[in-house]
Design a protein around this ligand. Structure first.
Ligand SMILES: [Fe+2]
Length: 179
């Protein structure tokens, strides 16, 4: 399995394809909880499950949002599969979280500095009030062309620096955002 080659610690949340056909049960079997808190270094990493079996749109849901509120702090990094804000160059918007408004309000209230997501396969960075929202490209799918990329992220109390590194060209797109 490719994930076994990764040497550093990694955290995994399910996407829409993982939850299909009862896949969310297999996900728990292979990777553990679908949403969780993990303290690492000076930050609290909070993984959310935004997937719903057999549909592509994202939803966190009221129960998980309440759970999130109980665990959030200004030292939190929140990550989930679906994007919270529409991403340009991805066609008509269809799959943004159905409860994105509630989620953004909660993240803003708790002054969360960084939210990481994926799903659209197009790398992008938004800042919503004081929260940096970074959407990853895709690391393994060659069909996405120049969007085949990975992120290198630095975070401190003053700013977030996101470097989106193209796998094909090795070009780096750097976003430096004060928080
Ligand atoms: Fe997805």
């Amino acid at each position: 399995m490719e994930l076994k080659k990764i040497q550093s610690p990694y955290l995994i949340v399910p996407g829409n394809h993982d939850s299909r056909h009862e896949g969310y049960k297999k996900f728990e079997e292979f990777f553990g909880k679908r949403f969780f808190v993990k303290e690492m270094e000076d930050y609290r990493f909070i993984g959310l499950d935004s997937s719903e079996p057999d549909i592509d749109e994202g939803r966190i849901g009221r129960a998980q949002l309440e759970w999130l509120q109980q665990h959030l702090s200004p030292q939190s990094v929140v990550f989930l599969h679906h994007h919270l804000v529409p991403i340009p160059y991805t066609g008509r918007e269809r799959n943004v979280l159905v409860d994105a408004g509630e989620a953004l309000k909660i993240l803003d209230m708790h002054r969360v500095p960084l939210v990481l997501s994926g799903h659209k396969h197009v790398p992008w960075v938004w800042k919503v009030n004081n929260t940096v929202v970074s959407t990853a490209g895709t690391v393994s799918c060659e069909r996405t062309g120049s969007n085949q990329s990975f992120d290198i992220i630095e975070l401190n109390e003053k700013k977030v620096v996101v470097e989106k590194v193209s796998i094909k060209t090795k070009n780096k797109q750097k976003y430096e955002v004060e928080i």
